[in-house]
Design a protein around this ligand. Sequence first.
Ligand code: MRU
Length: 316
Amino acid sequence: MRTIDWADGRVIAIDQTLLPDELTTLRIDTVDQLVHAIRRLAIRGAPALGVAGALGVALAACGGGDVRAQAARLRSARPTAVNLAWGVDRVLARLDEGLDAVVAEAVHVLEDDVRRNRALGLRGARWLVDRLGGPVNVQTHCNAGALACVEWGTALGVVRALRDAEALGHVYVDETRPLLQGSRLTAWELARMGVGHTVVVDSAGPTVIARGLADAVVVGADRIAANGDVVNKIGTYPLALAAARAGIPFLVAAPESTIDPATPDGAGVEIEVRDPAEVVGDRPTAALNYAFDVTPADLVTAIITDERTISGQPLG
Ligand code: MRU
């Protein structure tokens, strides 16, 4: 089953807020509904947001009205993952060619996501096996799996490819406070894949690495700046520090659409700050709910995309 799809002129998407308890799909007919689904993280993960942006422009075009105004609202539904704006802009560029061209481009973005993630998964697995042999024990963070894409996954795409090559050991999954994308979504996906895994609290991730339980850290990304700084779910940066200290690879697996050449470095990326209630509920306590952090490029061993492996130099 696909995380997000296009059928009969509407968007169909798994409601990720209900997993792992319920596997329910949403039927989305309007840009308003899509923006709401993105804001509440029913649809989430950078590549899936790119596809949602693309399909959202198709929805707007099918519905008539001011397509450019609807696209602008969609583009800013969440600020950090560059894929959302990328998906919107890809399809918007075809607007003058008519409805068929718009829908065809949106469906192309959707189908292409699958192909690109499979390619980067294979490349990442090969990179790890070439350096570490097998079995490779992996530490991951958040959810960069099929649920964050159309299917397959980025970081979990690498894990899938390792499993298929019989080169996978155990997977350590950070629970990913406060919305638990690790313990709810990644653990659910790994269980369905039949992969041995263990959830740890986020603050235990560096200890898992320091104690030698993980041979490599593999994560996704929401935006990669021109200098190679990586923006990903809050809690990624401590894993990179721990990996550098332990001397194990810190690998970032992401499609080319996650690279943002227009942003020179991580300091220029808007970091989403979400509702404090996600952290402290209705208690009257101040909470600064950063959703993402920046891992400086010098802590990243390699970035694996669908087209290339980038290590140790500024991105072109
Ligand atoms: O807030 P989320 O759940 O959308 O954050 C998702 C992440 O940080 C993922 O690691 C990232 O989008 C890469 S998904 C392939």
